[in-house]
Design a protein around this ligand. Structure first.
Ligand code: SF4
Ligand code: MG
Length: 313
């Protein structure tokens, strides 16, 4: 993904465009086979918009998404169909993303039908198989979503995403609606099937402890910008960006000796309609300098795989 940008136009009462919500501003990253990139940040930082844009569930304003050598953003929607099959999404709320009137077996078969995969009986067989692999008994095939718990519904959502044999799955807060005890079961399932199906995950979450569990690499977003990106252990051991340091210092750590000094960031996130000039974080940064108000820092490599956009480095 290179320089991905998404601006949402704001219409004035007379139908003219009166401004833009600058949701995603020049975001770049690589996603490798069988690897997980976690995208973290507070709500409204642009992480969900990034995930949806690369699948073209919403059309990005600019940038490129190069998948196996082809810039899929340049394709007409019709040509893009074959890629749609390879890139799937799992949503936060399995309750609202599964049609309550359909049996779970049919829900898993539906994407195969849309992409014209297999015969009716082959699709049914695959649905049964996916139910089993995601930890739901095959004989539950004829039941309806409401008959399952939240964790089971998320397993069904995952089975549905797997139905068309994708390579990339965007997971948008996939465990945030679940109890903590259920979260780890679903995360373990995601790790198992990642190896089995050679899946690349873009794992979106506001919860750093969840992302730490599953991601190989983490990108931190603030107000539409990616401000730091690093291998997971590196990010936790040596957070560089003041915003990342503040996020990490807010995670409760039971061991007193390992606790970090809590960094409190003042004020609210500024409006994405009129974001601060220079470094977008300068209005809240405890280390802001004069140049931060005017010069936008760019991502720079600090150590292998560890990049940060901040004038301190
Ligand atoms: Fe803070 Fe300046 Fe770094 Fe932005 S560039 S995070 S304002 S020190
Ligand atoms: Mg979101």
């Amino acid at each position: 993904v290179r320089n991905l940008k998404k601006y949402f136009p704001i219409a004035s009462p007379f139908g003219r465009v009166s401004g833009h919500v600058k949701a995603v501003e020049s975001v770049s990253f690589d996603l490798f086979e069988s690897r997980t990139l976690g995208l973290v940040g507070e709500s409204g930082c642009g992480k969900s918009t990034t995930g949806r844009s690369i699948l073209r569930l919403i059309e990005p304003s600019d940038g490129s998404v190069i998948y196996k050598g082809e810039d899929v953003l340049k394709l007409k929607q019709k040509q893009f169909q074959k890629y749609r099959r390879e890139m799937q999404m799992v949503f936060q709320d399995p309750h609202s993303s599964l049609n309550p009137k359909k049996r779970i077996g049919e829900l898993i078969e539906e994407p195969m039908e849309i992409h014209k995969i297999g015969t009716k009986s082959e699709r049914m067989e695959r649905a049964m198989d996916l139910l089993r692999r995601t930890g739901i008994r095959e004989d539950q095939y004829f039941r309806f979503p409401h008959e399952f718990s939240g964790g089971q519904r998320q397993r069904i959502g995952i089975a549905r995403a797997l139905a068309v044999d994708p390579s990339v799955i965007v997971l948008d807060e996939p465990v945030s609606a679940l109890d903590v005890s259920i979260q780890s079961q679903v995360l373990n399932l995601l790790e198992e099937i990642q190896d089995e199906f050679k899946l690349s995950y873009l794992f979106i979450s506001h919860d750093l402890s969840v992302v730490r569990h599953i991601a190989d690499e983490i990108g931190v977003m603030y107000l539409g910008h990616m401000v730091e990106k690093a291998p997971t252990d590196d990010l936790f051991a040596n957070p560089l960006h003041p915003y990342t340091q503040a996020l990490l210092s807010a995670i409760p750590i039971p061991d007193r000796k390992q606790r970090r000094e809590r960094i409190i960031i003042k004020g609210d996130v500024p409006s994405p309609i009129d974001p601060p000039k220079g470094c977008v974080f300068h209005t809240r940064c405890p280390f802001a300098m004069e140049q931060c108000k005017t010069v936008t820092p760019v991502m720079q490599q600090h150590s292998t795989g560890h990049e940060v956009a901040c004038h301190l480095y």
